[in-house]
Design a protein around this ligand. Structure first.
Ligand SMILES: [Zn+2]
Length: 198
Protein backbone atom coordinates (compact mmCIF):
# COMPACT_ATOMS: atom_id res chain seq x y z
CA UNK A 1 0.00 0.00 0.00
CA UNK A 2 1.51 3.29 -1.09
CA UNK A 3 1.64 6.47 0.92
CA UNK A 4 0.34 9.94 0.04
CA UNK A 5 2.72 12.81 0.65
CA UNK A 6 2.07 15.56 3.20
CA UNK A 7 4.01 18.58 1.93
CA UNK A 8 5.65 21.04 4.29
CA UNK A 9 7.58 24.17 3.28
CA UNK A 10 9.81 25.19 6.17
CA UNK A 11 9.51 28.65 7.79
CA UNK A 12 7.53 31.71 6.65
CA UNK A 13 7.22 33.27 3.21
CA UNK A 14 7.15 36.78 1.81
CA UNK A 15 4.25 39.14 2.62
CA UNK A 16 4.39 42.47 0.80
CA UNK A 17 8.11 41.87 0.32
CA UNK A 18 8.68 41.28 4.02
CA UNK A 19 10.18 37.93 5.03
CA UNK A 20 8.24 36.40 7.90
CA UNK A 21 11.07 34.54 9.65
CA UNK A 22 14.11 35.91 11.49
CA UNK A 23 17.46 34.61 10.20
CA UNK A 24 17.11 31.67 7.79
CA UNK A 25 18.49 33.51 4.75
CA UNK A 26 21.60 33.72 2.57
CA UNK A 27 24.23 36.44 2.62
CA UNK A 28 23.47 39.39 0.33
CA UNK A 29 25.55 38.12 -2.60
CA UNK A 30 25.23 38.87 -6.33
CA UNK A 31 21.62 37.70 -6.75
CA UNK A 32 20.46 39.27 -3.49
CA UNK A 33 19.30 37.65 -0.29
CA UNK A 34 17.77 34.21 -0.72
CA UNK A 35 15.15 33.78 1.98
CA UNK A 36 14.87 30.14 2.92
CA UNK A 37 11.10 30.11 3.42
CA UNK A 38 10.63 31.80 0.04
CA UNK A 39 12.79 29.17 -1.67
CA UNK A 40 11.02 26.32 0.17
CA UNK A 41 7.72 27.62 -1.22
CA UNK A 42 9.10 27.77 -4.75
CA UNK A 43 9.88 24.06 -4.48
CA UNK A 44 6.60 23.04 -2.85
CA UNK A 45 4.53 25.15 -5.27
CA UNK A 46 6.22 23.51 -8.24
CA UNK A 47 5.76 20.05 -6.75
CA UNK A 48 2.07 20.82 -6.21
CA UNK A 49 1.65 21.92 -9.83
CA UNK A 50 3.14 18.67 -11.10
CA UNK A 51 1.04 16.54 -8.75
CA UNK A 52 -2.12 18.41 -9.81
CA UNK A 53 -1.29 17.81 -13.48
CA UNK A 54 -0.73 14.10 -12.80
CA UNK A 55 -3.83 13.91 -10.56
CA UNK A 56 -1.76 12.53 -7.70
CA UNK A 57 -3.20 13.35 -4.26
CA UNK A 58 -1.27 15.26 -1.59
CA UNK A 59 -1.79 17.20 1.60
CA UNK A 60 -0.16 20.49 2.57
CA UNK A 61 0.30 21.49 6.23
CA UNK A 62 1.81 24.96 5.74
CA UNK A 63 0.03 26.79 2.91
CA UNK A 64 0.13 30.19 4.64
CA UNK A 65 2.80 32.83 4.02
CA UNK A 66 3.08 33.41 7.75
CA UNK A 67 5.52 31.21 9.65
CA UNK A 68 3.27 28.42 10.89
CA UNK A 69 4.66 27.06 14.18
CA UNK A 70 6.15 23.58 14.24
CA UNK A 71 3.52 22.61 16.79
CA UNK A 72 0.71 23.64 14.42
CA UNK A 73 2.34 21.80 11.52
CA UNK A 74 2.56 18.68 13.64
CA UNK A 75 -1.05 18.96 14.87
CA UNK A 76 -2.22 19.37 11.26
CA UNK A 77 -0.24 16.31 10.19
CA UNK A 78 -1.69 14.26 13.05
CA UNK A 79 -5.19 15.34 12.10
CA UNK A 80 -4.58 14.00 8.59
CA UNK A 81 -3.04 10.84 10.04
CA UNK A 82 -6.19 10.22 12.10
CA UNK A 83 -8.19 9.70 8.92
CA UNK A 84 -5.44 8.36 6.64
CA UNK A 85 -2.46 6.49 8.01
CA UNK A 86 -0.95 5.83 4.59
CA UNK A 87 0.85 9.13 4.50
CA UNK A 88 4.37 10.53 4.90
CA UNK A 89 5.68 14.02 5.52
CA UNK A 90 8.16 15.68 3.17
CA UNK A 91 9.59 18.84 4.72
CA UNK A 92 11.54 21.10 2.35
CA UNK A 93 14.44 23.25 3.57
CA UNK A 94 17.73 24.86 2.60
CA UNK A 95 20.79 24.77 4.79
CA UNK A 96 23.32 27.18 6.21
CA UNK A 97 26.29 26.95 8.49
CA UNK A 98 29.15 25.68 6.41
CA UNK A 99 29.11 22.85 3.92
CA UNK A 100 27.88 22.14 0.44
CA UNK A 101 25.45 19.76 -1.20
CA UNK A 102 22.20 18.00 -0.48
CA UNK A 103 21.35 16.05 2.64
CA UNK A 104 18.27 14.42 4.10
CA UNK A 105 17.22 13.60 7.62
CA UNK A 106 15.06 11.03 9.37
CA UNK A 107 14.55 10.52 13.09
CA UNK A 108 17.13 8.64 15.11
CA UNK A 109 16.83 4.88 14.97
CA UNK A 110 15.25 2.54 12.49
CA UNK A 111 11.79 3.79 11.54
CA UNK A 112 9.50 3.61 8.52
CA UNK A 113 10.85 6.96 7.40
CA UNK A 114 14.26 5.40 6.64
CA UNK A 115 12.99 3.48 3.61
CA UNK A 116 11.12 6.51 2.25
CA UNK A 117 14.09 8.79 2.85
CA UNK A 118 16.33 6.42 0.96
CA UNK A 119 13.99 6.54 -2.07
CA UNK A 120 14.21 10.34 -2.09
CA UNK A 121 17.99 10.44 -1.69
CA UNK A 122 18.64 7.66 -4.22
CA UNK A 123 16.64 9.56 -6.83
CA UNK A 124 18.36 12.85 -6.01
CA UNK A 125 21.73 11.14 -6.28
CA UNK A 126 20.99 10.01 -9.82
CA UNK A 127 19.09 13.14 -10.92
CA UNK A 128 21.19 15.98 -9.46
CA UNK A 129 24.29 15.51 -11.55
CA UNK A 130 27.23 17.51 -10.22
CA UNK A 131 25.75 18.13 -6.77
CA UNK A 132 27.51 16.64 -3.82
CA UNK A 133 25.43 14.28 -1.73
CA UNK A 134 26.11 14.44 1.97
CA UNK A 135 25.18 10.88 2.84
CA UNK A 136 25.76 9.08 6.09
CA UNK A 137 26.21 5.41 5.25
CA UNK A 138 27.14 4.39 8.80
CA UNK A 139 23.77 2.77 9.46
CA UNK A 140 23.35 1.25 6.00
CA UNK A 141 21.31 3.94 4.26
CA UNK A 142 21.85 7.42 2.84
CA UNK A 143 20.02 9.57 5.35
CA UNK A 144 21.39 11.38 8.36
CA UNK A 145 19.49 11.15 11.61
CA UNK A 146 18.41 14.07 13.77
CA UNK A 147 15.50 14.48 16.16
CA UNK A 148 14.13 17.63 14.51
CA UNK A 149 10.66 18.50 15.82
CA UNK A 150 8.92 17.95 12.48
CA UNK A 151 10.51 14.49 12.24
CA UNK A 152 10.03 13.45 15.85
CA UNK A 153 6.61 14.82 16.83
CA UNK A 154 4.08 13.85 14.13
CA UNK A 155 2.78 10.29 14.08
CA UNK A 156 3.37 9.90 10.33
CA UNK A 157 6.84 8.98 9.08
CA UNK A 158 8.69 12.12 8.08
CA UNK A 159 11.68 13.06 5.97
CA UNK A 160 13.41 16.43 5.82
CA UNK A 161 15.46 17.47 2.81
CA UNK A 162 18.04 20.25 2.80
CA UNK A 163 18.34 21.32 -0.84
CA UNK A 164 21.71 23.09 -0.57
CA UNK A 165 23.63 25.56 1.59
CA UNK A 166 22.45 29.17 1.25
CA UNK A 167 25.81 30.41 2.53
CA UNK A 168 27.99 28.40 0.16
CA UNK A 169 28.77 30.28 -3.10
CA UNK A 170 28.08 27.35 -5.47
CA UNK A 171 24.98 26.20 -3.63
CA UNK A 172 23.75 29.79 -3.40
CA UNK A 173 23.86 30.06 -7.20
CA UNK A 174 22.21 26.65 -7.55
CA UNK A 175 19.37 27.56 -5.22
CA UNK A 176 18.59 30.59 -7.42
CA UNK A 177 18.98 28.59 -10.64
CA UNK A 178 15.89 27.55 -12.65
CA UNK A 179 17.62 24.47 -14.07
CA UNK A 180 18.70 23.30 -10.63
CA UNK A 181 15.25 23.88 -9.15
CA UNK A 182 13.53 22.06 -12.03
CA UNK A 183 15.81 19.04 -11.67
CA UNK A 184 15.23 19.05 -7.92
CA UNK A 185 11.45 19.29 -8.26
CA UNK A 186 11.31 16.59 -10.97
CA UNK A 187 13.32 14.28 -8.75
CA UNK A 188 11.12 14.93 -5.69
CA UNK A 189 7.98 14.33 -7.77
CA UNK A 190 9.48 11.06 -9.03
CA UNK A 191 10.02 9.97 -5.40
CA UNK A 192 6.53 11.05 -4.35
CA UNK A 193 5.10 8.92 -7.19
CA UNK A 194 7.33 6.00 -6.29
CA UNK A 195 6.21 6.07 -2.65
CA UNK A 196 2.57 6.56 -3.69
CA UNK A 197 2.66 3.64 -6.14
CA UNK A 198 4.68 1.25 -3.98
ZN1 LIG B 1 14.95 25.33 7.37
Amino acid sequence: MGRTVILDNGHGGMINNVYQTPGKRSPNWSKGVLYEGMFNRWVVNRVIEQLDRKKIPYYHISPEYTDVTLETRSIRADKIYESNQNVWILSIHANAGGGTGIEGFTTIGRTSSDGIGDVVLRNLESDMIGSSMRFDWSDGDRDKEQDFYILRKPKAPAFLIECGFMDHPIDYNNLWDEVYISALVDSLVKSILEVYNS
